[in-house]
Write a protein that binds this ligand. Sequence first.
Ligand SMILES: [Fe+2]
Ligand SMILES: [Fe+2]
Length: 249
Amino acid sequence: MIIAHISDLHFGPQHRKGFFAEAVKEINKFKPDAIVITGDLTENGLLNEYKAAKQGIAKFDCKIKVTLSGNHDYRSTGYLLFKQFFPSKQVTEVEDVVIIPIGTARPDRDDGEAGHRQVLWVEETLTKYKNKFKIVALHHHLIPVPDTGKDSIPILDAGDVLRALLKGGVDLVMCGHRHRPWMWNIENFTVIHAGTLSSERMRGFFSNSYNIVEINDRKIKTYLKVVGGEKMEIGRIVKEATLGIPEEY
Ligand SMILES: [Fe+2]
Ligand SMILES: [Fe+2]
């Protein structure tokens, strides 16, 4: 089972068209079983950006796409457009893997939260699928990542969500938002953060990138793929801070 984790496409003024096209080519080549898109498909939640995002995402040749909203998508009443353009199921099952999204974006706010009822639902849902490999995906980060300065505040109720994930026995968490690829291992699960697939705005890792997750017999291997460049174990970027600066610089 191979899952591509992409994030922060940012269709709009800062979108890098060429890098997006390259990423589509690469991902279609390795034929993932599912693609998880952890939000910020648009820059400002505008109609023309949604149209471009829809057309762009349609180029991924994969039947299962789990699409989450980000804070940028909810700007300018974009939250009304998101559900029109990207209607999604609550839970997605792919063989012995279940993908559970948490909606953390709120209208016209950059910070995020899960909310009490959603936290209860996540814990119940994880328990219900206890025999599956359980992935939880959210746009905002659950725990801070490096190189994100004053904006390092995770979702408001991060502690409650972390407890629910722990109690529910989650296996893997996917986050976006900070445009900084990273990985943390917490208790019995791993949290991976995707960089930005196609935005100019990068932090601490100066290439567009995405994550690739391979799951075999409940064991995972997580890779970071630089768009148009190297594929490496994601743990390497935790150890080597200067990776990701393109050679032409
Ligand atoms: Fe973003
Ligand atoms: Fe974001």
